[in-house]
Design a protein around this ligand. Structure first.
Ligand SMILES: [Zn+2]
Length: 213
């Protein structure tokens, strides 16, 4: 697969009203939300009316479709080691595990979660390089119209069972959006000799996560 080109996740007429890494240090209305990011805005906000088109910024597989207190309805799309997060949505038009192409409609924008902090409906668009060790280090600013420089087709996940026991099934759900696709991850890592899909993978083991197909 070739390095994906990042495209705007909205129609051309909308632009960024609240930039990536804007500093809100000491601002009590943002303090709780951006704590993980030392007071910085971890994404880019496109101000637009509720129900506006949200388009895939690059092709990938839907790995997240859930509710988050701050981001409301949130969608996550993965390609290799990059995950794009789309927040404050009104509704979704794609499901977990679905493969989407660049520019495809994936959701409708909205004002869900704590979007109202900014006083107007918007799309919160966030890019994460999941090879980084912490969420603060994962987020990076978008450069639309250019290839995503830190993109890798596959990446290595080092097993850490601290929060949840990692199994082939759990990794398939997290990275392919479908726990039934665990055999794809097992096959890529057959050398580990772990057969059972519900077996907890040993801490510290390196698992190669293949890209979506
Ligand atoms: Zn935002």
């Amino acid at each position: 697969m070739e390095t994906p080109i990042l495209r705007k996740p909205v129609e051309d007429r909308y632009s960024i009203g609240h930039k990536f890494w804007t500093d809100h240090t000491g601002d009590p209305s943002y303090e709780w939300a951006y704590k993980t990011f030392d007071g910085h805005h971890p994404g880019s906000d496109f101000y637009m009316p509720e129900g506006s088109l949200v388009l895939a910024a690059f092709p990938g597989v839907v790995v997240r479709r859930d509710w988050h207190t701050g981001m409301g309805n949130v969608l996550g799309i993965r390609n290799g080691n990059i995950v794009a997060i789309y927040g404050h949505l009104t509704g979704f038009t794609v499901g977990l595990g679905m493969v989407v192409s660049a520019g495809e409609k994936v959701a409708e924008s909205g004002n869900t979660g704590k979007a109202t902090m900014s006083g107007r409906p918007h799309l919160h668009f966030e890019l994460r390089n999941i090879t980084k060790p912490t969420l603060k280090e994962m987020v990076f600013g978008p450069e639309f119209g250019k290839p995503i420089m830190c993109w890798k087709d596959a990446y290595t996940y080092v097993v850490n069972n601290a929060n949840t026991a990692k199994t082939w099934r759990l990794l398939a759900l997290r990275y392919l959006g479908d726990k039934e696709r665990w055999k794809e991850i097992k096959k890529t890592n057959h050398k580990l000799g772990i057969e059972k899909e519900t077996h907890t993978l040993p801490d510290g083991v390196e698992v190669v996560i293949p890209n979506y197909k």
